[in-house]
Design a protein around this ligand. Structure first.
Ligand code: DAH
Length: 339
């Protein structure tokens, strides 16, 4: 009976649709049952053979069965597509809690750390920072600092000349001149920066760092200089550090002194760092030469000053017990990461 065949095919198709596991498989089943060559199309051949009186009722049964199957198909298809999308989303999901790729952080350079610390210590007693250019005039680097042309003291510093009138500054002292010419005393300044000398061996680098200090006021004496530097070294290297001043010569200071501090490593007993002397030289200093003040338009009867210049590498060597100055410029991360 055709009627039974319709029921059987509808049931088989419905079960098959509902058992499909993915949209592609489901579609293949639709072709199998409802397609042009499908089971229902085959039924239509039987249908053609029916007596005309039976056709309307049977035709309606076939159409209703097909419509119900279309509904089942649509429902199952929707369910399978949804499952497929959810699976794809689940698979592609970003795990926002995963840590990102690690980035190597740089380290602060010991030279920068020492400059920062010196600046902070001296800021507490009223010194503020000034800067000057690395390419200086011959005048600021030498002449105005009482180092006249053809004077033998120029030979003390092997100079990189840019042209007849310009040099790579050999010292931070020209910042004294720049400040004296622009600012009104009294003032207290420090000026850190790179300096250059045509000189290189195991203990000399053609590029190194200095920190300059200058105070200009009324009635300034060597006692003020000594007190300031004692305060400084004790803050920087420890309260038990002592200072020692040795007479020296610098064209821009009069009198001049070389400053030593007791070796912070061995506390003055003698070690490799201080070459068994118990003392370490940290820089030059003195009272600002009246000629320098006069050159910059100040009356030396009214104004006096003291100045000092330290080597920053030397400070870092002492502070961090570093034994080779070349470490500072090689930028070896194994060295730099220690600070
Ligand atoms: N500019 C000197 C040098 O490079 C160091 C120095 C000595 C600076 C005495 C000063 C000073 O300010 O008073 O060798």
């Amino acid at each position: 009976m055709l009627k039974d065949q319709i029921i059987a095919i509808e049931k088989a198709a419905k079960d098959a649709f509902e058992g499909a596991t993915d949209p592609k498989g489901l579609y293949d089943l639709k072709v199998k049952y409802l397609g042009k060559q499908g089971d229902f199309s085959l039924l239509m051949r039987e249908f053609g053979k029916l007596p005309p009186a039976e056709k309307p009722a049977m035709g309606q049964s076939i159409n209703e069965a097909k419509n119900r199957l279309e509904e089942v198909y649509a429902r199952v298809e929707k369910k399978l597509k949804h499952a497929e999308t959810s699976a794809a989303i689940e698979k592609e999901r970003l795990d926002l809690t995963l840590p990102g790729p690690e980035r190597a952080a740089g380290a602060r350079h010991p030279i920068a750390m020492v400059i920062n610390e010196i600046t902070q210590i001296l800021a507490r007693v009223g010194f503020s920072v000034r800067h000057g250019p690395m390419i200086e005039t011959d005048r600021n680097n030498f002449t105005a600092l009482n180092i006249p042309e053809d004077h033998p003291s120029r030979d003390l510093q092997d100079t990189f000349y840019i042209d007849d009138k310009h040099v790579l500054r050999t010292q931070t002292s020209p910042i004294q001149i720049r400040t004296l010419e622009i600012e009104k005393p009294p003032f207290r300044i420090i000026a850190p920066g790179a300096v250059f000398r045509c000189d290189s061996d195991i203990s000399h680098s053609p590029n190194f760092y200095q920190i300059e200090g200058m105070l200009v006021d009324h009635k300034v004496s060597m006692a003020d200089l000594r007190g300031t530097l004692l305060y400084f070294v004790q803050e920087f290297m420890g309260k038990d550090t002592k200072t020692r001043f040795r007479p020296s010569f610098f064209p821009f200071t009069e009198p001049s002194a070389e400053v030593d501090c007791s070796c912070p490593i061995c506390k003055g007993k003698g070690c490799r760092m201080c070459k068994q002397s118990g003392w370490i030289e940290i820089g030059g200093s003195g009272l600002v030469n009246p000629k320098v003040l006069a050159h910059c338009g100040l009356d030396p009867e009214e104004w006096q000053g003291f100045a000092f210049g330290f080597g920053v590498e030397r400070m870092a060597i002492i502070k961090y017990a570093i034994d080779d100055i070349r470490n500072f410029s090689e930028n070896d991360l194994r060295f730099l990461r220690q600070f």
